[in-house]
Design a protein around this ligand. Structure first.
Ligand SMILES: [Zn+2]
Length: 259
């Protein structure tokens, strides 16, 4: 089954423009250069899921008019992927009597979320009951939220690992320096049609946490996705000039891109 998938945000950790209206190489007149922090929306007839809730979560939910949310999937606990979690409470309030709102991720990410936001997972003040519950996922083991099927894969994000997620024929691999060093991740992604992937390293092969364009080109020789959408984009990547120079089958993400 295929789902409606929207790139809610494609910016790197500072977004574009960076604070102080710093546009770098980006043309401020091109709307595709205005980038909120990375987030992905997956929607079926009955179910809405978001991957990651960074600083721009509230703005993204308003932009895409999301009235109900069934779950959040987290890739990893870096601030630009989780810092909007307090605003998820709006969607969690009606689920407090039905088992609380589910937050899915790896053990390391869930542990870190609970350390930082313990009041969301455990009632420390009776006036503000805990609203969220933790759902541990296992790499390469499928699970389901509503009628959306999801399978996580493992990413090397420098000093930590992160989770990518596959939804039908589309996979989302953010943040990553590389796929995890095993054949499982390649095998898991083989056969996808669309790959939305962190290429925030851009031209640099020495970026310690984000993949370069060259690495993504090489990885897709093995994966064979027909459409590769490069995301986690910084103020150094101007949409028109960089996108027009990409090889066939590769394109830059922009906020609001609907698959
Ligand atoms: Zn990160």
């Amino acid at each position: 089954m295929d789902y409606k998938i929207t790139i809610a945000g494609c910016g790197n950790s500072f977004g574009v423009p960076r604070p102080g209206n710093e546009w770098g190489n980006c043309d401020p007149k091109n709307k595709k250069n205005r980038r909120t922090r990375c987030s992905l929306l997956i929607q079926s007839e009955t179910t809405n899921i978001v991957v990651d809730t960074g600083q721009d979560f509230r703005e993204q939910m308003n932009t895409f008019n999301i009235k109900n949310l069934d779950a959040v999937l987290y890739t990893h606990a870096h601030g630009d992927h989780v810092a909007g979690i307090d605003d998820v409470r709006v969607y969690a309030q009606d689920k407090v009597n039905s088992g609380r709102f589910p937050v899915y991720s790896s053990q390391s990410c869930l542990t870190e979320l609970e350390r930082r936001y313990n009041y969301l997972f455990e009632t420390v003040n009776p006036s503000y009951p805990a609203l969220f519950r933790q759902e541990l996922v296992k790499v390469y083991e499928p699970f389901r939220v509503g009628d959306i099927d999801i399978t996580p894969h493992l990413l090397n994000h420098g000093r930590i690992t992160a989770l990518g997620y596959r939804f039908g024929s589309t996979a989302y691999s953010v943040d990553m320096l590389d796929l995890a060093n095993d054949d499982m991740s390649i095998n898991h992604l083989k056969g996808i049609h669309t790959w939305i992937v962190d290429a925030g390293g851009f031209m640099s092969s020495t970026n310690p946490v984000h993949a370069s364009f060259e690495r993504i080109f090489a990885l897709n020789e093995k994966i064979g996705a027909k459409r590769v959408i490069l995301t986690v984009l910084s103020h150094l990547i101007d949409y028109n000039s960089v996108n027009s120079a990409l090889p066939d089958g590769f394109e830059l993400a922009y906020d609001g891109l609907v698959l």
